[in-house]
Design a protein around this ligand. Sequence first.
Ligand SMILES: [Zn+2]
Ligand SMILES: [Zn+2]
Length: 345
Amino acid sequence: MRHLSEKQFWIYMRNFSAIGAIMMLSFAFVSAQMNLTELPIGGSISDAPEVGSVWSCSKSFDGRGATGNGPWLNLNAGTFDSTAKAIVDGAINWNGEFEAVIVGDNRIFTGNQVPVTHPTGIFPIASSDDAYQYDRNPHTITEQTISLEVPANPTIADVSSCLNMGAIGIMRTGVVLFNSLDAVGRDAVAYETQDACEGHPESTGEYHYHNLSECVDELDNEEGHSLLMGYAFDGFGLYGHRGEDGEELTNEDLDECHGHTHLIEWDGVMVEMYHYHATYEYPYTLGCFRGTPVVTQQQIGGQQPQSESRQPQGNGNLPQGDNRPPQGNGNPPPGGGNPPPKPGG
Ligand SMILES: [Zn+2]
Ligand SMILES: [Zn+2]
């Protein structure tokens, strides 16, 4: 027996680390609550706060969503394989701007609503993109000014509120969060296609997520309670997938609005406070507002309410949601791509 040379030692350590990493990965896999290849297809809509459901302000869903059911959907089993979804191609970089600053009793969000930390796919979805056969999202991502104030230290309202269509919060990446429904009132995460960061634009070009994007989630820590991933538009924080003991949370662990109250770090101070969590299961983020929402509509870029519409722009009163044009009509131009973002825009 001889001593390991320094080089051998490091090779040994590297192999050891690799084995350790594999063991940790498999541990993480088996310990996960939700099987990402067999997530339940959601879509439950309620008229009141209800666990596992979206309390939606909108009850009429006559828009159009994805055109076809992707092979990742197992409609018989009522599940979908979130790891096998078609992903909209492309990696376009933007000059994203986002700030959240406290002024007096308020937290003020300003930005241009394109991602600060990650690229986006190419929209409209190109006809050469595999995602096109399931979803012909014809919209182009555009920068849009956001300037919105929420209470810096929100409190639970006497009554909860329904979730509007359009933005219900904003994430650390400067991208807004929509609720989990598409224009047809279905589970947007299950049915629609998004880019590699789980975002896509609606009819006004507003880029948004419907769940905790992996590109936001990667900004989370790796153990213990998740970090703050963004803010709901009632001012409460939206945290990642893990609760106080570092365990992955499910709907059962959370209230009807998808949150709970315990000690959290809030602006650098530990406080006992309500907050939302992301889950891997529907409704993914919020089920309702537990605080008082400062909603959104006009404050965001002066747009119409319910900006998720997929109808052609300039059409006044639109159904909300991830509308798509009828098939065989109004298809996006083939090979479409976004113009490069304007510098400093
Ligand atoms: Zn928590
Ligand atoms: Zn959407």
